[in-house]
Each structure stands twice: as structure tokens, then as C-alpha cells.
Design a binder for this molecule. Sequence first.
Ligand SMILES: [Zn+2]
Ligand SMILES: [Zn+2]
Length: 781
Amino acid sequence: MEGPRVVVLIILLLFIFLTPDQPARRRFILSNESIKERRQAQLSVLTNTTYGQFNPEAHRYLNLSGFREGDHYQWNSLAAVQDATRKQFQAIWSGQDPISDRPVYEQITGEIRGDFTRRVAPIPASGLNLTALDPRKEYMTPIFERNITEVNGELSMTLFDSNHIGSHETAAIRADLSIWTPSAPGNGWQARVQGVHLPSGQVIMSTTSSKFNAFFALPHFALTPDGFNASIEVMNQTVHKIWDRTFEDMNDGLAFAPQCELIVWLQPRPQGFQGLDAEQTRTFLHQVETELQAPQGAPIGQPPPLAFSAVIFSPDCGYVLESDSVYGPKVEAYWTLAQRLVFAFVTILGLQISLLKRQMEKASTPSTRSRIAYQGIVIAALGDGLLLFALIALLMIDEAAFLIIASAAFLACIHVAFLEVKFVFDIWTIQVGEPARAEQERQRRAAAAPSPARPTAPATNTTPLPVNPTSEGPVTPGTTNQSVPGTFPTQASTAPTNPNAPAGLPLPVVAPRPTGAVPIIIPSDQDSPFQPEIPSTRASFAAIYSRFYFSLVMLMFFSLWAMSWPRTLRSMYANFLVFAYFSFWWPQIYRNVMRNCRKALSWEYVIGISVLRAVPVLYWYFADNNLLAIDTSPRTAFVLLGWLWIQVALLASQQFLGPRLLVRESWCPPAYNYHPILREDDVEANGMSIGLLASASEAKDKDDKTRKVFDCAICMNEIDVPVILKAEPGGIIGRGTGATWLEQRNYMVTPCRHIFHADCLEGWMNLRLVCPVCRESLPPL
Ligand SMILES: [Zn+2]
Ligand SMILES: [Zn+2]
């Protein structure tokens, strides 16, 4: 069973480790000389050209790959795009002078995002002669990536600014750009762009690849001569830095397919605050930035977001993306939010752990453990395991918040690996032996047939002990409870009483009861006089751990794969995962119905865990501007929440109204009813086996035949029990009024016909599943 799983796991791991990061490709080994020569030529293009020298409309080109006339890029549209960008800029800044007022941030490192519309009709990229452009590269497909054909989409940028606070100088900037359209892969089309951040607040960035040497041509994308001159200086320095860092000639990583090149213009939108003019705004923003970078406790409130308009032009794929509003938090604000969220998550995890610990302590006896459905905890643990993997991934991405994320991961690890799996194991070892034990008992009973039966305490009047029709010979009371339920007649236990019961049969305890049948007792998991041989602990331990972790790893791989799916599919998958995660009470409900037990889990645990598990998940469904910029969908969230709380409501109904209220009795195995309605003739039957009739009852209301008073053998107090009067001959006994129905919950009658307070017997049964009076085995609650 375990063998094939291990093999699959090993193959998967091998596949992951042995897959090369990049497709192997032939590289032209360039000699130092030729690299130097090329660099010199490129640098001279950068430094020796003037603004307007790159003018494709006048057939003036640059000697850089991608910028030559024969490269067939859509440069004719460049001037129009630049014009549109200029107009966008002027429209935003009408009446304000961006250079002198500057009501914008000085440093713009941060996360921004917004919606875009594609403006220019797509021009197919087939015109490009890829081989001529880049003879060193062989693409596996000529189809361009990042070719946006949809009219609308979403873009996001992580900006890394090198500008320093306190200076509005030209500075190098780079950004990771993602573009989402319905056809894009899960993470969107990715591009790395770099360029300059100008004193006016404008940003010009571009992709660079071996077929598009935009690095040295970037100043020509500037909208003004000033911008051009400022860019040249910065690009000059940047180029030298890059050259110092990497010896190898420029390459652009993955090369399965050619990618559409992108030129990005960002226009800052002026910040405005009520009652502040441009000058004051600038001062305020400066204070905010200083405080964010080196927190001193200044009261800056929530820092205003970065805000831009964007134009993105693809010169080879021939499209223009425009966005009026791209905005988002500065990086410091972003990480503050992230840390707060992780901190909140740590708190929630801590609460979950303490709840789980308390529940584990409460369920420390075999009889309490046997009520809990471990499958529900497995579902939850799988979800928590996925969260743990996400945290570990986050740990690798982010170093800034290492400590808090590490502590979250540590807590999550303890939660899953040490507590949840341990709890599952505890329960599982109790429950998994049930069928095997029952079977073993049956055989043992058959073998032990000649042994004399232990006389049952009130031999004359006990309910017939559960007699297994298939077994022969006298049956010892201790072992009858171990009989297999399926071998009994399966009439519903609430079937109407047969008034014409055979004369020899003692009167039944419970008014409604199966005709001629006996209380069916499900194996009690403990107090068995024999030690059944359950599978060895070691083997079962290994089995459950390997099974759990195998499912977890498979789930993780599948989810990783799902991350690359298109967005709609991906969100459907995520919704499904949450749906499954939120189903963790169903196994408990099912087990309650099947075993007719109610008090498996404490209410503190049920409510607490339902809330604590829902909160972290629902954050992503409700919070606008959430950390991962996931689209909110409150409607889905309400459905999922409803799904979760329906289960809680069902659990509540099972607890207070009985486990089998909403299901047909015929659907589930018969089970003993601890809350029968007592009948007058039953109680007064000879010998009063039902309990010790309290002496006080004589004094009290002797005439009231509808009530009887007994003594509870556990607390020695009285139990006041409603009793149904003798039925008219041939009449049907009613089920009692609502009031008696509620009172029925206050007392419990054991199969051996002893009566106790419900609270007293339940407390007792948490410890032992035998009758406190006669030591008869009791079916679990
Ligand atoms: Zn009591
Ligand atoms: Zn008893």
C-alpha cells in the first residue's frame, strides 16, 4: 500500500530537482575584445545622440538591435504614443507646476496596481524577423508571449526606486510588471522593466532583451529634452553598475518564446489634501516619507497611496495599454500591513492551538475519543498544512519580516504536525480497531460458549439482554455489547409499541421500542474484559502519518500547479479548496448520526474553531486592497460562511434535539435511546428494576400519576420523571407533549434499566462505559 506512494513521491521530487531552470540553449561565447567593442558602440549611442535623433517617422534610427530600420518594430506609433502620454500628463497637472510644487512622493518604492484598456488595434508581430534580430537565440515557438489582445485587463507593478528621500533627483528605477488578462497565466504576464525616475516625478521604464536593446535607447523615450538629458546621466551610471556586476552579455532569462517588449511611462498624480496647498502638501509628504523610513512616532496617520497614470507601449506587438489610475501603498506601508496581518494570524493560531489543547484534554478517555470524527480534523489539518507551506514560501521571499513570519510558521508547524496529527492519531487508534475488535469478540464468544453466564443483577425483570440471534449458547452480558449491530433486526427503535406483546416477555422499559427486539448496543470501545489485538501501534502510527503527509504533499503540488492556471480557473480552484476546508464538521455530524451520540466536542471548541478558521480565509474575500490584490467577492464569502455555519447549526441541533432529528431512522444503524418515555405500567412493574423509588415520592403528590420520583445513584438526589399513563387497551400511546419531551432530556435510562440524571450519567460516561449500579456495559453516548 505504501510502496507505490513512496515511488510516486520520489519521482515527483526527482522531477522537481532535475528539471533545469532554463532550457539549455547554445550560447555564443564572446571574447573579451568583442564584448568591449560592443559595449563601446552601445555606449556611444547612449552618450552621443541628441533628443529627437531617434525619429522613425523621418527614417532616423539607432544602431541598436530593435531600433534599426530593418527590424520592423512599430516605431511609427512611438511619436503618437508619446504625444498621448504628454497630454495625459498635462491633463493631470493642469494648473500645477510639477517641477516647482512637487506635491508627490520623493521615493516611490511600492506596490501599485490598476485596470487598463488597450487602445490601438493589435498589429501582428509576424513582421519581425526574429532570426535576424537575434541570431544567438532559438525560440521554441514563434508565438509571442505578453501579446495582449483583450481590451481590458489589470496591471500591477512592484517599483524599486533608488531615489533618496529629501532629494527630487533623477534616479534609476526598476519594476516587476504583471499584466492580467483573461487569457494570461495565473500570475499574469510578467516583465522586468528598468529606467529612470525623473525630477518631475515621471517614470520611464522599458524591458530589455537580446532582440530589444532598449537600455541604451531609453532616453529617447523621454517626453521632453530635459527628461532626455537627465536620463542619459542616470543610464550611463546604471550601465556601468550592471557591467561591473555581470560579465556576461545581456540576456533575458527564459526564452521559450519571444516576448512582447514594453515601454512604460508613469505620470504621477498630484496628491491633494483638504486645506493644504501644493507647498504644504509637499512638506507633509516629506514628513510622511521620513517617518516611514525611520519611524520616530510622528502622527502621520495612514500614509496616502502612491498614485499614477500609466501608458504602456509595445513596439513589436503594436499595442498601447492606458490606465488612468494605478495606485497602491508605499513599500513601508505595505510591509506594515503585512506584518500586522501575520501578527493577527499568529494570534489566531495561538488561540486555535489553545482551543485544540483544551479539546484534547477533554477528550482524553477512550469513550470521549471514540465520539470524535477524526476525518474532520484531517480536513482541517490539510488546510492548515497548506497554510504552513504558504508561510514557508513567504519566509523565503521576504527577509524584512523574517522574525514574525518565522514565528507564524513555527506555530503553524506545531499546530499541524504536533497537535492535529497527534490528535488524529489518538482518535484513530481508538476507532480503527472497532470492526476488528467486534469481529474478534464474536469469535471469542463462540469459543467461550460453555462458560457459565454471569447472573445478571435483577434477573427476573431485566430487559432481555441483547441476544445475538446467530450466536449459540448462553451469552455473557459483558460480551453481548460487542456484538455486531448488523446482525440484529433493524427496526427503528421508535416503532410503535405492540400492545399485544407476547405474555412471557417482560414489559419493555421504553414505551416505543422495536417489536420483539432488544436495545442495540454499539461496541463500546473500552471496558472490554478481553484485550483485543488491534493492529500494532507502530504500524498504524506509520500508516496514518505517511498517509497524511502524502496527501498534504500531493495537495501542495497540485495547488502549485493550479497557481499557473488562468485567473478564473485559479479562483474556482481556490473557492473549491476553501469549500472543502470549510466542510470540517460534516464528518462529525455524520458520526453523531451513525452512532447516535451527541457530545463529541465541546461548544467552546466548535464555535471557537469555526470563527478562527473562517477569519483568515475570509480576509481575502472581503478586504479591498488586500495584500495579494485578490479580487474580493463577498457573495462567494457569504455562501462559504453559510456552508460553515449550517454545519455548526446542525451540530447544535444534534446536541440539543438529538442526533437523528433530521434523518430517517432507517438510514442509520439502530442505536440505543437513552431518553425513553417511561410508562406507568412499566415503572410499576414488579420489582422496580428501573431504579430506586425514592421514599420521598410516597409523601409527595401521591395522586399525581403522571410523575414519579427516583433516586439518582450518582448524586443521591431525586429525579422527577414524567410518566405516561397506562394506555387504553388497543389505544396508541402518544409521544408526550413538548414539555415532557424537554424533560426527557433531564434523565437517562440505561439498557440495564437504571435511571440517572442526564448530567450525572454523562459525566460518568466520560470516564467509564459501565453502569454505576450494576456494572453492565453501556453503549457510548
Ligand atoms: Zn444525579
Ligand atoms: Zn445498571
